[in-house]
Design a protein around this ligand. Structure first.
Ligand code: S3P
Length: 186
């Protein structure tokens, strides 16, 4: 397995870059990202967690008290800050890569990986937790389906596209590592 900390391994082209995971809620960005970081011996950051720390509020409370537009402003600032840190693994909130400016900075400073999963998989996973304000509505599954359709044209602009399947997380981590071997700077 590649190890960008192991001096005996040839340095892969992604070594100097942050690996940023993008994709919808339920794609597994945080769970898989944390394990990928462990495997590469890198720091792991989760943009939602960093936004919560900066605001001193949960994502749900930020949406409820300040609204989505305010959340998006905070998200943009936090991502810019994180992308200036030394290379790490970054799990981004599902809406981050939809913003044109954020997408541009991410494409410039990171290797972007779309963690892709089908609607049924996403829906099954998001139902396990009640922490997503965009899905606190009666027609949550239909809304998630709309988000899949609306956002895929943006996620597909990521450098790499990796399927996030059910089963051991190591399978997805290994699929990302394999895809990363194919990445070269443009
Ligand atoms: C959002 C996804 C969430 C969080 C916020 C908005 C979105 O992150 O940033 O609730 O717009 O898709 P996850 O993708 O980590 O659930």
């Amino acid at each position: 397995m590649p190890d960008d900390n192991d001096p005996s391994s040839p340095t892969p082209p992604f070594a100097g870059r942050t690996i940023a995971l993008v994709g919808l809620m339920g794609a597994g960005k945080s769970t898989v990202g944390r394990r990928l970081a462990e495997k590469l011996g890198r720091e792991f950051y989760d943009s939602d967690t960093e936004i919560e720390k900066a605001a001193g509020l949960s994502i749900s409370d930020i949406f409820a008290l300040h609204g989505e537009a305010d959340f998006r402003r905070g998200e943009k600032q936090v991502l810019k800050r994180l992308l200036d840190l030394p290379p790490h693994v970054l799990a981004t909130g599902g809406g981050a890569f939809i913003d044109a400016e954020t997408r541009e900075v991410m494409k410039e400073k990171a290797v972007t990986v779309w963690l892709n999963a089908d609607l049924e998989t996403l829906w099954r996973r998001v139902q396990k937790r009640d922490n997503r304000p965009l899905l606190k509505r009666a027609d949550a599954k239909a809304h998630l389906s709309n988000l899949v359709t609306e956002r895929e044209p943006f996620y597909s602009q990521a450098d790499l596209n990796v399927q996030s399947k059910d089963g051991p997380h190591t399978n997805t981590v290994n699929a990302i590592l394999k895809a990363l071997q194919t990445w070269t700077p443009t």
